[in-house]
Write a protein that binds this ligand. Structure first.
Ligand SMILES: NCCC[C@H](NC(=O)CCC(=O)O)C(=O)O
Length: 445
């Protein structure tokens, strides 16, 4: 049966803002307190989704979270009406209010780790929402993420859903941002490549000194076990701690892969030669393209600034691949020169597609952060909730929905506005109708 990759992009929520919440993510740290434009952010995301759907790719939409998350504020002791809860939090703990108001679920590469049915022991597609435990504002995403995924991939004959790993640093899990799957064809049994930042139970191993390693080896192993992966087809690699300290908070800021192409920076991993030998051995027969970008051509800081590697490698329906990059790549001289060379190197990557995603980029999220990849065969695709697939109708409905409900400017002080909570819930209530998700949000239950 034919199989292909579908991308599920996060729809940016109505509270998108810059609160400087992600220590170790240089864009988030650098844009703290800048005004945001949620309407523009959502529309930039929709443009990318529509463009990929128009190329003939399977493109879906993943709904945002209920924010501000008043329920979490109540767990922290704020009480009274919703408006009172917001007002107390704004007075006593403004950073906590910002954290429970973040639209960070837009970066769906962190929503979950997904293993295609060709890789799993029971022949189903497996999903494990990421606990995102390293950042408080993200650690509250997984319960609703899990519900939304179940509302999209409901049929138990095809889809298996696991709860997030235990929410503790030892099992810090950042999902698909640290996971890549290689295969000659999407429908083949693939090699699942798990990249982690540190070992939780062995302090003698190398680890970053300045910024946190969000994802552990032990978390990666647990997900591989839960998904029933064949150990001979799983490869683990540790990120180079020095690049985490330079702002590479997820591996997808310094490497990306698709089918038989691994595109990565020279400094991305510890023991690169060993890792590549393991990948090649696990893949078996056939060509494998290792496209290593040398520091001499693209310094790590330029990779972080431009998000060259936070790109999507997409298989084009008529053969070959395109690399989907953010506008910032064009503006970074070393990176733009490299990209122009890359398409002439004779690898499957033949074309560069540039998107304007500045609203998301200013919080450290590029094209790859915005999408969750799910490899599906035709029967599985037919079992997905049909309302979430991007097409002309959904594109115009969602643009109209954004126009009706989103603000074009938001600063931290606005997060306490009870009207924003109301606007956000009204929008999400309508959205669950558009995407046929049912009552996934706490305010609906
Ligand atoms: N994969 C990209 C994730 C980016 C995300 N940024 C944020 O949450 C920034 C939010 C803020 O600072 O307002 C993160 O660091 O996890």
């Amino acid at each position: 049966m034919r199989a292909f990759e579908a991308n599920f992009d996060g729809l940016v929520g109505p509270t998108h803002n810059y609160a400087g919440l992600s220590f170790g993510n240089v864009a988030s740290m650098g844009n703290e307190a800048a005004p945001s434009n949620p309407k523009e952010a959502a529309k930039q995301g929709l443009q990318k989704m529509k463009a990929l759907a128009d190329l003939g790719l399977y493109q879906g939409v993943l709904a945002p979270q209920e924010r501000p998350d008043v329920h979490t504020l109540r767990k922290l002791g704020f009480s009274g009406s919703d408006a009172e809860v917001l007002a107390q939090a704004a007075r006593q703990a403004p950073k906590v209010l910002a954290a429970v108001s973040s639209a960070s679920s837009m970066w769906t590469a962190n929503a979950a780790t997904v293993s295609p049915s060709a890789d799993t022991a029971d022949g189903r597609v497996h999903f494990t929402p990421a606990n995102l435990v390293n950042k408080f504002h993200r650690s509250t995403e997984h319960p609703v993420t899990g519900r939304i995924l179940q509302a999209m991939f409901t049929d138990e004959r095809h889809f298996a859903h696991h709860p997030a790993l235990p929410s503790v640093d030892h099992f810090g899990d950042e999902g698909a941002a640290n996971h890549t799957r290689f295969a000659q064809q999407y429908g083949d049994a693939g090699v699942e490549f798990f990249v982690f930042g540190k070992y939780a139970f062995d302090s003698r191993q190398p680890a970053p000194q300045r910024f946190p390693a969000r994802h552990t080896f032990e978390a990666s192993q647990a997900v591989a076990r839960l998904h029933g992966l064949n150990p001979a087809k799983v490869v683990y690699a540790q990120q180079n701690p020095a690049v985490i300290d330079a702002g590479v908070f997820h591996n997808d800021v310094i490497a990306v892969g698709n089918l038989n192409v691994s595109f990565y920076h020279q400094e991305a991993f510890l023991n690169t030669a060993e890792v590549n030998a393991q990948l090649r051995a696990a893949m078996g027969e056939g060509e494998f393209h290792f496209v290593e970008v040398p520091t001499a051509e693209v310094p790590v800081l330029d990779a972080v600034k431009s998000y060259l590697f936070n790109s999507q490698l997409i298989a084009l329906p008529d053969g070959g691949m395109a690399i989907v990059v953010p506008e910032e790549c064009r503006k970074t001289a070393s990176v733009w020169a490299y990209l122009n060379k890359l398409v002439t190197l004779g690898t499957p990557i033949r074309e560069v597609k540039v998107f304007n995603l500045t609203q998301s980029m200013s919080n450290g999220g590029g094209p790859a952060c915005l999408r969750l990849r799910v490899v599906l065969n035709e029967a599985e695709q037919a079992a997905v909730n049909p309302a979430v697939w991007m097409n002309d109708g959904l594109f115009s409905r969602l643009n109209g929905w954004v126009d009706r409900h989103y603000r074009d400017r938001l600063v931290e002080a606005d997060l306490a506005d009870p009207q924003l909570l109301l606007e956000s819930r009204t929008a999400l209530d309508e959205l669950t109708g558009i995407l046929a998700l049912g009552a996934v949000y706490p305010f609906q239950r």
